[in-house]
Design a protein around this ligand. Structure first.
Ligand SMILES: NC(=O)c1ccc[n+]([C@@H]2O[C@H](COP(=O)([O-])OP(=O)(O)OC[C@H]3O[C@@H](n4cnc5c(N)ncnc54)[C@H](OP(=O)(O)O)[C@@H]3O)[C@@H](O)[C@H]2O)c1
Length: 286
């Protein structure tokens, strides 16, 4: 049977990367729905798309991603990140569709000192993290055929992200200060998008929770230094502690993820974050 995939949240960063990967590789059978035609809080709209396209797979790139704003907008964050995920899972269950849902390393508390795997205890420090964890937890209560991919620190040539912001403010100021005591892994959303298309093409039924980030480890400071070095801007990047850059939402101090499961079970190869950053920067400066 040929796969047919509906992508929700198509106008977001990851949604746009998926579209790019599908176009670049001439992949068939993808339908992209933005928040207007595919509001994941509108069950009738979701069902209309399922009836119209009869999909085998559904990718949920839709989310409430304003991490700091969520601290004062808990209801909306939970509506989109929990109820929206539940709506898609319900529909996937009713129409026998495989759901690929995206979650976050912000479900972790950040007190670990070694890479976190899928069995590591969660303890979100923010409303955003709590709402994403609630989304992860509700899906298995209504659906068996799901892949939940936890990722972190996404960037790409699309949408607003750390790489674009750091390049812009570096050019404006000549010298920037960046946090050096939060450790994770920058992840090129194009790599994640490719992994999603590979999982779909494989027809795998090894359902469950998986970690996907690029290989390697960095602090936000390391990431910013690499961005400006590789882009050859001459901008000075100085390290600061989190205490000098307070934000409404607390972030994990350490959220490096162990990707062994996805590499072994789903045969996904993962590039190193510095190699992928080079690719992204070459596209941004084209
Ligand atoms: N960005 C990161 O660093 C990061 C890190 C870890 C995990 N993640 C996860 O990765 C996934 C993709 O993130 P991203 O960076 O692509 O986020 P993004 O750029 O903020 O895109 C999210 C998209 O969701 C859409 N959306 C919001 N409410 C919706 C609704 N009710 N129905 C349908 N669509 C709706 C938004 O559309 P409108 O703008 O039209 O509302 C937007 O296009 C998310 O699950 C996120 O939690 C992201």
């Amino acid at each position: 049977m040929n796969n047919k995939t509906i992508v929700f949240g198509a106008a977001g960063q990851l949604g746009q990367c998926l579209k790019r990967v599908v176009e670049d590789n001439s992949l068939d059978g993808y339908i992209f729905a933005d928040s207007k035609e595919g509001d994941i809080l509108n069950v009738d709209a979701i069902e209309a798309l399922f009836k119209k396209y009869n999909p085998t797979h559904c990718v949920n790139c839709a989310a409430y991603t304003a991490v700091d704003k969520a601290e004062s907008d808990e209801q909306t964050a939970f509506a989109i990140n929990k109820t929206g995920a539940e709506n898609l899972a319900d529909m996937c269950n009713a129409y026998d569709v495989v759901l690929i849902h995206i979650s976050t390393d912000f479900v972790f508390g950040g007190d670990a000192d070694r890479p976190l795997n899928e069995l590591s205890a969660t303890n979100p420090m923010s409303i955003y993290g709590q709402s994403k964890l609630a989304g992860e937890q509700v899906i298995p209560t209504v659906l068996n055929n799901y892949f939940i991919l936890r990722t972190g620190w996404l960037y790409s040539e699309y949408g607003n992200n750390f790489v674009k912001t750091i390049l812009r403010i570096g050019k404006e100021r000549g010298e920037i200060k960046v946090i050096n005591d939060q450790t994770g892994t920058p992840t090129y959303a194009m790599d994640l998008a490719k992994a999603i298309t590979q999982i779909i093409a494989s027809g795998s039924n090894k359902y469950g929770l998986y970690h996907y980030a690029n290989e390697g480890i960095a602090t936000w400071f390391d990431f910013a230094v690499a961005i400006h070095q590789m882009a050859g801007t001459g901008v000075t990047v100085l390290p600061i502690p989190t205490s000098e850059y307070p934000t409404p939402a607390k972030r994990p101090i350490y959220s490096v993820m162990d990707k062994s499961k996805i590499k072994q079970a789903l045969n996904i190869t993962i590039p190193d974050w510095k190699d992928s950053l080079k690719v992204c920067l070459s596209k941004l400066t084209q």
